[in-house]
Design a protein around this ligand. Structure first.
Ligand code: MG
Ligand code: MG
Length: 248
């Protein structure tokens, strides 16, 4: 069921989204060669709790940590660990925070030191694909319009679209209806309405979009080992477009 959020709910979702945004900003200076991904997870959990919120993902269907930290070919749901970031890595950090029962959800892929021009363009175009999708968010459009725009943009730049994972509604659950796939057909799917809160999140790859899942039953990785990137914002649909809840 797709829910329309009340004014009060949107206020709480804004606070949750802002905590997620602030957590990204707080972590940025620590995302450097030599840090263990587990250390980032500890910093994020402390920060989120200091804001009166709780990590949305920790314990979610058994997920073990605050952050999903996915390196290079890992698409999503990487486990923080003793693994150390090194120069040339890209690292996707997905953050969820829950404030008074309402969630915010945002992922960003960061560079560690210098990356190849190819990887640089993967990052630039995956971020741009998010905004191309967001452009379709307005009352009267349909979810398929977002999906189609992201897929077309990815195709134009020769990037693979991971199809097994998608965006979603956000509210008292971090994952609500509707699903927002990153591929699809214009003018199909649920109608977008003012007061819907959605997470839009293209996951694009440099090679084939085929994936496999690690033995931990969570971490999604590209089958061919090529890098992948992930950019996500939670937004609220307004009378004439959208407002980003997990941004500045
Ligand atoms: Mg999400
Ligand atoms: Mg997320």
């Amino acid at each position: 069921m797709i829910t329309i959020k009340s004014k009060r709910e949107i206020e709480l979702l804004k606070i949750a989204g802002n905590i997620v945004y602030q957590t990204h900003q707080y972590l940025k200076p620590f995302i450097k060669e030599g840090i263990k991904t587990k250390e980032l997870d500890i910093l994020a959990e402390k920060f989120i709790r200091s804001k009166g919120a709780t990590p949305s993902f920790k314990g979610y269907e058994g997920f073990p940590s605050t952050l999903c930290i996915s390196i290079n070919s890992e698409v999503v749901h990487g486990f923080p660990s003793d693994r150390v970031l090194k120069n040339g890595d890209i690292v996707s950090i997905d953050i969820g925070a829950c404030y008074k029962g309402y969630h915010g959800d945002s992922a960003w892929t960061y560079k560690v030191g210098q990356v190849s021009p190819e990887v640089e363009s993967l990052l630039r175009h995956t971020e741009q694909a998010l905004y191309v999708g967001l452009k379709q968010v307005k009352p009267g459009n349909r979810i398929g319009d977002i999906s189609h725009a992201i897929e077309e943009y990815a195709k134009k730049h020769n990037l693979g679209v991971v199809k097994e994972l998608c965006g979603h509604g956000v509210g008292t659950d971090v994952h609500e209806d509707p699903e927002v796939p990153n591929y699809g057909i214009k003018n199909t799917g649920p109608r977008i309405k003012e007061g819907m809160v959605l997470a839009i999140e293209p996951m694009l790859t440099l090679g084939s979009p085929k994936i496999y899942i690690h033995d931990n039953n969570w971490t999604v990785d590209t089958l061919d080992g090529h890098p992948s990137a992930h950019f996500e914002h939670t937004i609220v649909v307004t009378a004439d477009g959208y407002e980003i809840l997990t941004g500045e």
